[in-house]
Design a protein around this ligand. Structure first.
Ligand code: FES
Length: 198
């Protein structure tokens, strides 16, 4: 009776009144709903952990495999979730602290959720002297965020990068790895709109 009743309530909250007529008190119904949501959460979480393990296991026998595994996880999820780092630590037989140290040492990895498009601004000296700071100011103003932040719509994150080897036209930004060279503050709104309209 309880499971059926819960099913009915989840589909149509107004039916809660009918369930109370079957002898279930409101508290029982709410408890059943919480238990059901917890089990859904655990099933989904289990699925995600299996997925992390699968991604990591492909690299455990490879030299430098941890870095490659982190790249694979980040390509899939946009960042390195804590559970994935723990999974990697277990697979590579190192401590979680060591795995976390690697994840946070390299600027190309992020342990925080990021936007769909990661904009990186080169902060190496040649780009810096050619106006990278002004481009940063324009990006921050257009997106309403500071460097290191993610826009409210979840589309853009702003990060720094070192030289990306495109120094012939400066300053340089990359968007999900694609370089945009010789960017001026005036180019910023157009570049962002181009990405938004993709
Ligand atoms: S210094 Fe900025 S791309 Fe090389």
């Amino acid at each position: 009776m309880g499971g059926d009743c819960l099913h009915i309530v989840l589909q149509n909250p107004k039916s809660m009144v009918a369930c109370t007529c079957f002898g279930l008190r409101m508290g029982d119904i709410l408890r059943l709903m919480v238990l059901n949501l917890k089990s859904i959460y655990n099933i989904q979480r289990g699925g995600v952990l299996v997925e992390y393990k699968k991604l990591v296991d492909d690299y455990t026998s490879m030299p430098g495999g941890l870095i490659e595994a982190f790249h694979a996880i980040q390509n899939e999820h946009g960042y390195l979730p804590e559970a994935a780092i723990n999974e990697a630590a277990e697979a590579f037989k190192i401590s979680a602290a060591e795995a976390y140290g690697v994840a946070t040492f390299y600027s190309m990895f992020s342990v925080k959720p990021r936007g769909k498009y990661v904009i990186r601004i080169c902060r190496s000296a040649p780009c810096h002297v050619e106006g990278a700071q002004e481009v940063i100011a324009a990006l921050e103003q257009e997106l309403g965020i500071c460097m290191g932040g993610t826009s409210n719509d979840g589309l853009f994150s702003l990060e720094f990068t070192e030289c990306v080897g495109q120094c012939q036209e400066r300053p340089v930004i990359t968007i999900n790895g694609e370089p945009y060279a010789g960017v001026t503050p005036g180019d910023v709104p157009g570049i962002l709109n181009e990405i938004r309209n993709k």
